[in-house]
Design a binder for this molecule. Structure first.
Ligand code: NI
Length: 267
């Protein structure tokens, strides 16, 4: 598995329509595995393939509290119910969020990573994620659903719990070696069997600095974020402190208040 660079607005690939996957094969599974690693590295909830440069109808979703992410190939919404206003963000707009209208529940179907047919009635955040990600596959972005340009604001301005993190993150990976020992007569698991591996996911692994600068520029040019507290962040500024803390002490006001959500789930 590998982390892939996340494309940010206004990268033209975000406006492209993704192609239907004809066969769920190993190439699709590798793409999906990379997308899950990228999604989890960024602390996001959903990721569509064109956000990492692949024009295929593949989506990964990792809901907070769920042990692992799911893969949705050729996802379709068959039916929607209700309407609600909800704050939304997107990994292709790091540091921004806005109020959009989404369905309360959706009936959806897709193929999983083994090509098996899946069918669910999803509600609330799951429904929102499915709608948001299928939009991506059709070249539609959440800013297209905003009621007005000024409804897009710097992240942290609105009350929202599922902020992706905008900084380097230390992950503790627990590797269990209790099954590895050949002559281990003990039945009880031992702490020495568990190896703790530290790994760092860098913000620069996820995003290119020039694309972030371009995003700020283009959003302002398009009239978004009229209350922008910092009209000129300038190119090449550091946007993460890299100390692994949950709260960002960035000098970029767009990125202050980025909180690492539910770090437990990434173990
Ligand atoms: Ni998105």
């Amino acid at each position: 598995m590998a982390i892939r660079r996340i494309r940010v607005f206004p990268d033209p690939i975000l406006r492209k329509k993704c192609r239907v996957v004809r066969r769920v094969d190993d190439r699709v599974r590798v793409l999906a595995a990379d997308m899950i690693e990228t999604l989890d590295g960024a602390g996001g909830i959903g990721l569509a393939a064109n956000q990492v440069g692949a024009l295929q109808r593949v989506v990964t979703i990792h809901l907070p509290g769920d042990e692992s992410a799911i893969v949705l190939v050729n996802p379709e919404v068959r039916e929607t119910e209700g309407e609600r206003e909800i704050i939304e963000g997107c990994l292709s707009f790091p540091g921004y969020e806005g109020l959009v209208k989404r369905s309360v529940s959706v009936k959806a179907r897709w193929l999983d990573e083994n090509g098996s047919k899946m069918k669910v009635t999803a509600e609330e955040l799951f429904a929102q994620a499915i709608e948001h990600e299928i939009d991506h596959l059709n070249g539609i972005l959440f800013v297209d659903h905003l009621l007005a340009h000024e409804k897009l604001v710097a992240a942290g301005t609105l009350e929202r719990e599922d902020e992706p993190h905008m900084h380097d993150v230390e992950l503790e990976v627990h590797a269990d070696h209790s099954d590895d020992a050949i002559d281990d007569e003990r039945n009880e698991p031992d702490e020495s069997d568990v190896e703790i591996v530290q790994s760092t996911i860098k913000f620069s692994d996820l995003y290119s600095d020039s694309s972030i600068s371009q995003m700020h520029y283009d959003l302002r040019s398009a009239g978004y974020v009229i209350d922008d507290p910092d009209p000129d962040p300038g190119p090449g500024r550091q946007r993460h402190n890299g100390d692994g803390q949950n709260r960002v002490e960035s000098d970029d006001p767009h990125l202050n208040g980025g909180v690492l959500l539910d770090p437990e789930r990434r173990n």
